[in-house]
Design a protein around this ligand. Sequence first.
Ligand SMILES: Nc1nc2c(ncn2[C@@H]2O[C@H](COP(=O)(O)OP(=O)(O)O)[C@@H](O)[C@H]2O)c(=O)[nH]1
Ligand SMILES: [Mg+2]
Length: 233
Amino acid sequence: MKIIVTGPYEAGKSLMIHHITNGSCINIERRGTTIAMDHGLANVDGMNVFMFGTPGLLRFRTMRKILSSGADGIIFVVDSVNPESDKRAKLFFREIAFFLPGVPCVVAANKQDVTESRPVDTLRKNLRFLAGLPVFPVSAKTGENVDSMLRTLLYLVMMQWSSVFGKFAEYDGAKDGLSRLMKDLNLEREQAVGYLRRFELRKLLEVQVGDEQFIIKDAVRSILKDPVTIMRR
Ligand SMILES: Nc1nc2c(ncn2[C@@H]2O[C@H](COP(=O)(O)OP(=O)(O)O)[C@@H](O)[C@H]2O)c(=O)[nH]1
Ligand SMILES: [Mg+2]
């Protein structure tokens, strides 16, 4: 999966990616501020999760647009401590909703380890755009709640793709898998191949189009068949 971590400057995006990837990530920064991106790979129950963190300065909009392209899910990070960050949070939220309409999103109410941090109820009053979104009180510093937030997001992503993933599971390894996928989901060949390529790139499948076949990777077979298990760890 491709997950984008966005939100205003200093909210804790880079530290969150550092935590999620156990430190195996890169941050292209200058004097402590991300100027291009963070990138790292996490593994959740055998599923590869490609994490991309965006630069939080307003002027790097083009970079955020490029990084957002094709994302399956969004972690929107807000600073629970500093109310001065709220205005920027609103602008960034509007931006990501424009870049990635309809893509599942969870909100990280970050820095909850700090005594003066605002609880989620207060943040919901201060940041009206949070209405209707799942908000998790987290700390990128201690790691509190970060794993359950990520798992919830992955679950929401899998639910969004459930009709496609259900067919992947059904025709896993079938010799006419591609044509059955097209028939059941009423897809043109190009579109069905597009889905296969998308999830091959995300390392969920191996595709042999010449053979009209696709095979789910062993590591993710049980999750694709029963996505809710990703929440049960
Ligand atoms: N106490 C605390 N500090 C945090 C937390 N997350 C980030 N920070 C600090 O906030 C500052 C900005 O973090 P960074 O990850 O660079 O933010 P970014 O600009 O959103 O990438 C750094 O000094 C971090 O150490 C957190 O959960 N708790
Ligand atoms: Mg950063």
